[in-house]
Design a protein around this ligand. Structure first.
Ligand code: GLU
Length: 314
């Protein structure tokens, strides 16, 4: 059902504005530089959005700036694949546990005989892409694009500059893709999969798109703005489990301790937190900590979780 957004409480608007003011002058962290395009995104950009399950929302800062979705894309490809294969197959072919190693670790793969352990490390994300039922790269991409568009409630586009930058520098991911194949965890041609994965990371979204995509997960799998189901209700909990355990690279535990919410970040500077049944929070600020998470994004999410009493642990 499509909801008619109500007006957001003034305390929510105030908290979002306060979060922006408090942390805008925090200059810790550095833009990702291993993908050349990302190094040049203006570091001062900062946007915060919150959207409730009725579609009402509050935003502050640069929430209309289009940035690369990067790793946050893994959440939405997972949603599609869960709808195709179901949680049991996903868990046996990939898993839902932390690797204890960085997101692009080859060591983690070797240690576990090629099993990626979760869909949010690069190996697991590519294995997830390979599970999409498709005979061609185009068909594989079409599934991904349709899913992202349904979550966002509008047609998203690939930032071709990001894609080219990333495709020219993704030798490490190509290595991971071949390694997955050698261990039997790659279910389509490794180079086709790696390329489609690179393309999904290059999708341009705004903070407003991200919060809309996230709130569909808070809302049991229905985008409240379009009223359309975007993932089966039974697959929402598996997605939130993966976000809870693996959403913020190797500092997911720290994040959960402070924010108490399933989250997902990307090296483009985006970050998403989901409060089941209530709302989603999205933030965008390019400088990252050493684990690869937006510094200001984490602070904003922590502030909103605390101020609006959103933690699942309270
Ligand atoms: N495209 C990036 C990569 O594969 C995504 C990483 C991320 O955001 O964590 O390295």
């Amino acid at each position: 059902m499509k909801h008619t957004p109500t007006t957001v409480d003034s305390n929510v608007i105030q908290a979002v504005n306060e979060a922006l003011q408090r942390f805008a002058s925090n200059h810790h962290g550095k833009n990702a530089s291993y993908i050349p395009y990302l190094a040049d995104v203006p570091s001062h950009l900062f946007g915060i959005s919150i959207m409730f399950c009725d579609g009402s929302h509050a935003e502050a800062g640069d929430t209309g700036y289009a940035f690369a979705i990067e790793s946050i894309s893994k959440v939405f490809t997972l949603a599609h694949v869960l709808d195709e294969v179901g949680p049991q197959a996903l868990r046996s072919k990939i898993g839902c546990d932390p690797t204890g190693e960085p997101f692009n670790s080859v060591v983690a793969l070797e240690l576990h005989k090629g099993r990626p352990l979760n869909p949010f490390v690069n190996a697991g994300a590519m294995a997830t892409v390979s599970l999409i039922r498709a005979d061609t790269a185009q068909a594989r991409w079409d599934h991904i694009q349709a899913t992202y568009n349904a979550f966002a409630g509008r047609d998203l586009t690939v930032n071709e500059e990001v894609y080219t930058s990333e495709a020219n520098s993704n030798q490490h991911n190509r290595g991971i893709a071949w390694l997955l194949q050698s261990y039997g965890y790659m279910h389509a041609h490794p180079m086709e999969v790696c390329d489609v994965y690179t393309r999904q990371c290059s999708v341009a979204i705004t903070c407003h798109d991200l919060v809309t995509m996230g709130v569909a997960l808070a809302n049991g799998g229905v985008n409240p703005l379009t009223g359309k189901r975007v993932v089966a209700a039974k697959n929402v909990a598996p997605i939130l489990s993966e976000m809870t355990l693996n959403g913020l690279y190797d500092t997911t535990g720290d994040w959960y301790y402070k924010v108490g919410l399933p989250g997902k970040s990307g090296v483009g500077g985006g970050i998403l937190a989901v409060v089941p049944g209530v709302c989603a929070i999205a933030a965008f600020a390019p400088p990252l900590d050493v684990a690869g998470n937006s510094v200001r994004g984490q602070l904003a999410a922590e502030y909103l979780s605390r101020t609006l009493n959103l933690s699942l642990l309270h």
